[in-house]
Design a protein around this ligand. Structure first.
Ligand SMILES: [Zn+2]
Length: 318
C-alpha cells in the first residue's frame, strides 16, 4: 500500500515542532521540544531523535522547515540566522539516515505553502505571505505554485529596502533599512522602548515604570485598550509594513497578502495603517484589487508546510 503519511519538522529558534501529517494536511501526532543551540552536531542529533520518535508504519517521507537559506539543487542549508545550521547537505543526511525520501524548505516558504493550500490563501493563484516575528520571513505563490528562484533562495521579502540609510538589518544580513529592520516584532520592541524612555507619562512609559517589560507584546496589549503611545508605535510600524507591501503589490500584483507570525497577532492595529499606505502609495489597479488578511493556521502553519514538502518528496520518488 502506498504511504499516506509523512513526518514533518518545523525548526524554530526556540522550539522544534515535529509531527506526523496525513495527506489531508491533518497533524495526527505531534511533539515539541526545545531547539538545541549548542552545536550543529547536537542540533542534528536532536532532529534525528524527533524523527525516530515519530517513525511508524505508513510514513513514506520526511519534510523539514528550517530558518535558513537553502540551495534546493544540493539540498543544502546554506546559512541560518539564529541556529547553528550552515553549509550542510541536510537532505542527503536525512535520506541516508532514515532511508526515506526527504525534502527541506525555508520555514517561511513552508508556512506560505500551508496557508495557500489549507489556510487564508486557499483558492488563490497569486499570493504573497509575510511572517512577522523576531524577523520578517516571506513567501511567494505565483501562478499557483511556490516561487523558489534559481536555487531555492527566493522569497526573502523581509530584506527589501524601505529606507536607504535606515538601521542595520539583523543577523547575517548586510543590508540597511530593510523591512525586517523596520517592521518586525524586534523593530516594534525597539520603538516601544524608545517611546517609553521619551515619554514617561505615556501608557508605555507608565507600564515600564511599573515594572512591565516594554516590548511589542506590551504595545499590542496597551494599544488594544485604547489610544495612546502604544497605538502610535503600532501605527508607525504598520506604515513601514505598508511601504513594503506596496512595493510587493507593484511587483507581483497578488490577489492576496497574508500576514502571519507571532507579531501579526496585533491584527488591525497593525494592518489598518498598512492597508492605508498601500491604498495611497501602490499603483492602480493592483492596489485596488489586493486584500491584506491575517493568516489562518497559526503556529502550525510551518509544520503543515513542512509536511507538504515531505509529500512533494514522496511524489517525486514514486
Ligand atoms: Zn535584511
Amino acid at each position: 500500500m502506498a504511504a499516506r503519511r509523512v513526518i514533518a519538522l518545523d525548526l524554530g529558534g526556540t522550539k522544534l515542532l515535529a509531527g506526523v501529517l496525513d495527506d489531508q494536511g491533518v497533524v495526527v501526532k505531534r511533539t515539541v521540544r526545545p531547539t538545541v543551540l549548542a552545536s550543529q552536531e547536537e542540533l542534528l542529533s536532536e532532529l534525528d531523535a524527533a524523527i525516530d520518535e515519530l517513525l511508524e508504519e505508513g510514513v513514506g517521507a520526511v519534510g523539514v522547515g528550517i530558518p535558513s537559506t537553502i540551495d534546493q539543487a544540493a539540498g543544502r542549508a546554506v546559512a541560518s540566522v539564529n541556529i547553528p545550521l550552515a553549509g550542510i547537505d541536510f537532505r542527503d543526511h536525512l535520506t541516508e539516515r532514515f532511508r526515506l525520501p526527504a525534502a527541506i524548505e525555508n520555514d517561511a516558504n513552508a508556512a506560505t505553502l500551508a496557508e495557500h493550500r489549507f489556510g487564508a490563501g486557499k483558492g488563490t493563484r497569486h499570493m504573497v505571505m509575510l511572517t512577522l516575528g523576531t524577523g520578517i520571513g516571506g513567501g511567494l505563490i505565483l501562478d499557483g505554485s511556490l516561487y523558489r528562484g534559481s536555487i531555492g533562495a527566493a522569497g526573502e521579502l523581509g530584506h527589501i529596502t524601505i529606507q536607504v540609510d535606515g538601521p542595520p538589518c539583523q543577523g547575517t544580513c548586510p543590508g540597511r533599512g530593510h523591512l525586517e529592520a523596520l517592521a518586525s516584532g524586534t523593530a516594534a520592541d525597539r520603538l516601544a522602548q524608545e517611546v517609553a524612555a521619551e515619554r514617561p507619562e505615556g501608557d508605555l512609559g507608565r507600564a515600564g515604570a511599573a515594572g512591565r517589560t516594554v516590548d511589542a507584546r506590551l504595545a499590542v496589549e496597551l494599544a488594544a485598550a485604547g489610544p495612546g503611545d502604544a497605538r502610535e508605535v503600532l501605527e508607525a510600524i504598520g506604515r513601514y509594513l505598508g511601504e513594503g507591501i506596496a512595493s510587493l503589490v507593484n511587483v507581483f500584483n497578488p490577489e492576496l497578502v497574508v500576514l502571519g507570525g507571532g507579531f501579526a497577532r496585533a491584527g488591525d492595529l497593525l494592518f489598518e495603517p498598512a492597508r492605508k499606505v498601500v491604498a495611497e502609495r501602490a499603483l492602480q489597479p493592483a492596489r485596488d484589487l489586493v486584500q491584506i488578511v491575517p493568516a489562518l493556521l497559526g503556529v502550525e502553519a510551518g509544520l503543515i508546510g513542512a509536511g507538504l514538502v515531505g509529500f512533494e518528496a514522496l511524489e517525486a520518488a514514486v
